[in-house]
Ligand binder design. Structure first.
Ligand SMILES: [Zn+2]
Ligand SMILES: [Zn+2]
Length: 267
């Protein structure tokens, strides 16, 4: 879940926390977007600035203190970027290694202008090539060792980056991605925001979840909330589906160490 510091979310962290507690959660993790050099990325105003990072951490820690007596643990994570150009990653790496985080997500926001331009520059044109390329970049991300969980793994379907995304057409590269996650001992995120943001389907696609289950991929779960009242959105619906697909556990991270919980019953 996010905070208004990223420029495209609403609601104070304490509002997210209270809503979560009201819904019955006993633990949540904030993962607002990591500050990036967005001039280099071709877009501004959609990430917190580097000089807001301390404020972000203070806000989350204050929220954690406030919510402790209420029975809600609040963890401080960050949603980091996956990007093909390593030169852009240096400032981000300083943030990842220079602070103590509970949890680091790895996201390739394929709809960002800089990635679209990267694709154009490298003559990656049709939908098939773009989606394959996207998953290959995710694989590089997995092996970079930066992230605890790969978030919204098929977000390539949203925001019109490709007209069509049919997982079967990319089965080899997606299976390579899933196998890399297992090999590296990290997790994949099930992100329920896809159900309302254009894909109208959970991230990743249920077929990808089938492959992931067979390969032994461990899951974290997120609602990617950009407003307090979307915390836990669609969890009721997705958890029984995940059980049916053979997932019996979920995972979360504290101090970047993985913890296992039973797949919750519908809330
Ligand atoms: Zn966001
Ligand atoms: Zn994201």
């Amino acid at each position: 879940m996010h905070t208004p510091l990223c420029g495209h979310a609403i609601g104070a962290p304490i509002e997210y926390a209270r809503f979560a507690r009201g819904k019955g959660f006993d633990m949540i993790t904030f993962t607002c977007h990591i500050p990036m050099d967005w001039d280099a990325f071709g877009q501004t105003g959609i990430r917190m600035r580097l000089d807001q990072l301390d404020q972000y951490r203070d806000l989350i820690h204050e929220t954690a203190e406030q919510m402790k007596p209420e029975g809600l643990e609040v963890l401080c994570g960050i949603e980091a970027e996956v990007y093909p150009d390593e030169a852009h990653m240096e400032p981000m790496d300083k943030i990842l290694t220079g602070y103590q985080w509970d949890f680091v997500l790895g996201s390739l926001h394929a709809h960002c202008r800089s990635y679209i331009e990267w694709l154009k520059k490298h003559k990656v044109k049709d939908d098939k090539m773009i989606a394959d390329c996207y998953f290959r970049h995710l694989i590089d991300g997995v092996y970079s060792g930066r992230y605890d969980s790969m978030s919204h793994p098929d977000v390539i379907r949203t925001y019109g980056v490709v007209d069509h995304f049919i997982p079967e057409e990319h089965e080899d590269v997606i299976r390579d991605f899933l196998a890399a996650i297992v090999e590296q001992g990290i997790c994949m995120e099930v992100n329920t925001s896809g159900l309302n943001k254009g894909a109208y389907e959970v991230h990743p696609d249920p077929l990808i979840l089938d492959w992931a289950s067979k390969l032994g991929v461990k899951l974290t779960m997120g609602s990617d909330s950009h407003r307090p009242d979307s915390i836990g959105q669609h969890f009721d619906w997705i958890q029984p589906l995940l059980r049916k697909k053979g997932f019996t556990e979920l995972y979360y991270f504290r101090d970047r160490k993985r913890h296992e919980i039973d797949m919750p019953d519908a809330m």
